[in-house]
Design a protein around this ligand. Sequence first.
Ligand code: CA
Length: 377
Amino acid sequence: MKINKVRTHVLEAALAEPFAYSRAWYSTRTSMLVEIETDEGLVGWGECYGPARINSAVVEAIAPLLIGQDPLRTEWIWQEVYARYRDHGQKGVVIQSLSGIDIALWDLKGKFFNQPVHRLLGGPLRTEIKAYATGLYGRQRDDHVEYLAEEAASYVADGFHAVKLKVGFGVDRDARAVRAVREAIGPDIGLMIDANHAFDAVAAIRLGRMIEELDIGWFEEPVPPEDIAGHQRVRDALTMPIASGECEFTRYGMRDIFARNALDILQPDTCSAGGISECKKIADMAMVYGMRCLPHVWGSGVAMAASLQLLAVVPAFTPPSLSPIEPILEFDRTEHPIRQAVLAEPIEHRRGVVTIPTGPGLGIEIDRAALERFRAS
Ligand code: CA
């Protein structure tokens, strides 16, 4: 069996209501899907996290390396592509593009063997997973505290055990928002915060101290991803766990984070840090360093499915025991017209719990009509 076609699909959808995180407003959502086909007619799907059009161009540039290769040699292909672009692409869009390719190859492999990816990775360690709600972004309204409290309460009503709030809009405004959300959800629901690296260590520590008594599950990306010493300073100064890693790439990129003990929770993105092949290795390294591995998830249903296949084999954070501490799934609740539309069967939560797909490969079917509907011009 040989690879004979590599296609990219750049998808785009306008949002009904723009929303903001600490550094920009979103008025559209994009997705970049990778489709790899073999001479036997098998098709695998992957997704790249990152700038859709640039990732598409990079995947197209890598495609000639893939044509004619055995798609089951995922490890060989990963090493070959990485080595070919090492001098220019150890991080960023090259690795994001390799991630989408790697995921598509794992989907193909699963379909070839008629098994879900997680079984080929030695799993499952779990068949379902608790999800937390990612939402609570900024909106073009002045009543920030009111709409955030309302939205947070709606996630609790939907059954989520934890919610994540965007911060980084200014320390005082953030502290007010965190207090309002904690009040809205009560003491028993998890509350995490995510600054998307809007702060330096001084500002992050100041915010952390103002909200330290509010039982924060973790403080995500307090400082820029390159500032490993800044993460260490924030971690040393605060009692709440510190999380980061969605803007880091491959084992090599994670190495300093591990070696310098810079985080409590590492968040590689399956569609960005090197695909399923690489993120499984990163998850295993995290266990060695006593760091929790909780993949970042942000994308269409393809990204969700790939993340779920990985999460099926991410080790529990405590050794096997009667009450292990298990990984949880990031479940984006913001508007994303493409997210479920590309799937023939949506991946939904049931009272905040998501079942890991058990069909062959990623366990999903793609709705090709949706690809046409959302194709970017
Ligand atoms: Ca984040």
